[in-house]
Design a protein around this ligand. Structure first.
Ligand SMILES: CSCC[C@H](NC=O)C(=O)O
Ligand SMILES: [Zn+2]
Ligand SMILES: [Zn+2]
Length: 427
């Protein structure tokens, strides 16, 4: 329904956002903040910049509802992106250049500047059409999601500012879908990041003897790989989804006696006395965490084999009330019903709710007991987050705006436009 000039301007605004290099380790938040505040001004949204940590701005926008005492809606996204290796891309990662098929190439085109920009466009259109929300709609653009959200979502969710918002439901990111149906996520796996360390007897590199640090570490890695295979097989056979198994990947290995005079950088004929492996483990909310902890202590890093382990991140699977941090996605949750209705009315199709295999800021809101859905409306699109040549097709981007328009209408209208006003009175 957008005319050509509007389409051009809409895509141009998305490209402008994509061209701001907010990649780690030095995201240009000054420019992204300026861009977002300019957008807010042109749409007519109330705008604030919150800085719980200096240099880590949260852009916080609001559209006041007619009935401000109702729980509000929070449309959340993150402004940072992961680094790119420009020489491995066909189009420079911060060029946002388009090809003949309408693909827009950029780091952040899927993860997740698309979503943040789509929220703004949907609200721009709703305002232009004279829609008036009953509920207040908030938009938060958060820093540092990719490095844990500690300076962004974590402090924001804990703030009195956040408490005052009386948020009823949060939207956050999901994943692209290769098929026709959009994907939606109502939970996520918890990242457990750990280092296992083996100690052992040093000795001459020509000798074979038992109990070296390397042998001790390899024994663990063999056990860990068997476990990994068992979990991966469940996914490959179709019995479990990616988000429903425990994944474990070795992300670094560290050992050896350094030497500045050796060509390899290491002494070649000394067996080291210490060796370490870094593991990225992802745990579904309903996993048996006690059993996994026991497995780690007894099989992956047993002290009987001179091994120890240390967690560097161990995100809980429960919320602050001790309940699993899972958002109910059935008819007992009126927000779910409204969400589904919104997608359907815009002619979108939705797959079954899934567990997000990675992690995102949505967890900080679920930990407070607030329902949060992970959703990035990108159908017919390969999953390219954190990959080279990340792209999103213009048409998918535009379709997503219409989907958000429809979801926001459902969420922001008391009782939902389709209802008689009674069914969601408890909201
Ligand atoms: C523990 S915070 C890590 C967040 C990161 N999010 C997206 O990739 C992830 O690794 O899943
Ligand atoms: Zn993301
Ligand atoms: Zn990411």
């Amino acid at each position: 329904s957008l005319i050509d000039d509007d389409v051009y301007a809409t895509i141009a605004r998305f490209q402008e956002y994509l061209r701001i290099n907010t990649s780690h380790p030095l995201p240009d938040y000054a420019t992204s903040t300026r861009f977002l505040l300019a957008q807010a001004a042109s749409i007519g949204l109330h705008a604030e910049t919150l800085e719980f940590v200096a240099g880590k701005p949260i852009v916080f926008l609001s559209w006041a509802g007619l009935r401000p005492f109702l729980p509000s809606i929070l449309l959340n996204s993150h402004t940072d992106v992961v680094p790119a290796e420009p020489h491995k891309w066909h189009h420079p990662p911060f060029s946002a250049s388009t090809d003949a098929a309408g693909k827009i190439f950029a780091r952040g085109s899927q993860d997740m500047k698309c979503v943040g920009a789509q929220y703004l466009e949907a609200i721009r259109l709703l305002k232009a059409k004279g829609f008036t929300p009953d509920r207040t709609i908030h938009l938060s653009f958060l820093p540092d999601e990719e490095i844990g959200g500690h300076a962004g979502a974590e402090l924001f969710a804990k703030s009195s500012k956040f408490q005052e918002l009386n948020v009823g439901v949060v939207l956050d990111e999901g994943l692209a879908s290769t098929g026709q149906d959009y994907r939606v996520f109502n939970a996520e796996r918890s990242p457990w990041w750990m280092v296992i360390k083996a100690r052992g007897a040093p000795g001459h590199g020509a000798r074979m003897y038992d109990g070296t640090a390397m042998e001790n570490l390899f024994k663990s890695l063999e056990v860990i790989r068997r476990f990994r295979t068992s979990q991966f097989d469940l996914v490959k056979s179709g019995r479990k989804a990616e988000g429903e198994v425990v994944s474990v990947n070795t992300v670094f290995l560290r050992a050896g006696s350094p030497s500045s005079t050796s060509q390899t950088g290491f002494v070649m004929n000394v067996q080291p006395s210490e060796a370490e492996a870094g593991l990225d483990i992802r745990v579904p909310s309903n996993a048996d965490t006690r059993a996994l902890e026991r497995r780690i202590a007894e099989e992956w890093a047993p002290s009987s084999r001179n091994m120890s382990f240390e967690f560097h991140s161990k995100v809980p699977v429960h919320d602050m009330y001790g309940k699993l941090a899972i958002t109910t996605a059935d008819s007992s949750n009126p927000w779910w019903t409204l969400f589904k209705e919104g997608v359907k009315k815009a002619n979108g199709r939705l797959g079954k709710p899934e567990v997000f295999p990675a992690s995102t800021d949505a967890r900080y809101f679920r930990f407070l007991g607030i329902p949060a859905f992970g959703f990035s409306p990108m159908a017919n699109t390969p999953v390219l987050l954190h990959d080279h040549n990340e792209f999103l097709n213009k048409d998918e981007y535009l379709k997503g705006i219409a989907i958000y328009e429809s979801i926001i209408r459902e969420f922001a209208t008391y009782g939902g436009p389709a209802n008689d006003g009674e069914s969601s009175a408890e909201l």
